[in-house]
Structures are given as structure tokens and as C-alpha cells.
Design a protein around this ligand. Structure first.
Ligand SMILES: [Zn+2]
Length: 82
């Protein structure tokens, strides 16, 4: 995955989803990143969760369960909270 920060991800996410509230996304992302750091696992298959996908989908999900794809090399993941 391509590492990114919450700030960078939110900026591009809001650009493509202008109706979403910036502050809500940030809160959800922070919660998902801390859940991942605490070792939360995908509720479907038990793999490590994808913080961005979990934040947007609203359930503890890994990349494959959420997207149906195995290759995550072109997708972003938050690697730090700030
Ligand atoms: Zn999964």
C-alpha cells in the first residue's frame, strides 16, 4: 500500500466527495487507525484491517473483503495519525 497521512488523504477524499464533512472523516480515520494499531482484525476474514476502508465503510474490514481485489499496491493507507 502507498503510505499517506490523514491530512493528505482527507484533502483528496473531500475533493472527490464534496458533500462529506471533513471533520467527520478525520474522526473516523483516527478511530480506524488506532483500531488497527491495537490489532483489530477484519470482521469477515480475520486479517489486519485497512484503516481507510474501515473508516469509510464503517465496519472493521480488510482491503480484500472491502474491494474484492487482492492487489493493494495502488491504494493508500494511513501510516500515521498526524
Ligand atoms: Zn477481510
Amino acid at each position: 500500500m502507498i503510505p499517506t497521512s490523514i491530512d493528505k488523504f482527507v484533502a483528496s477524499y473531500i475533493k472527490s466527495n464534496p458533500k462529506e464533512k471533513r471533520q467527520d472523516i478525520i474522526i473516523q480515520l483516527k478511530a480506524a487507525v488506532s483500531a488497527k494499531q491495537e490489532g483489530t482484525l477484519c470482521s469477515q476474514c480475520g486479517q489486519q484491517i485497512w484503516a481507510i476502508g474501515t473508516a469509510i465503510a464503517g465496519w472493521n474490514a480488510c482491503f480484500t473483503c472491502l474491494t474484492g481485489e487482492a492487489d493493494d499496491s495502488g491504494d493508500f493507507e494511513i501510516d500515521r495519525v498526524c
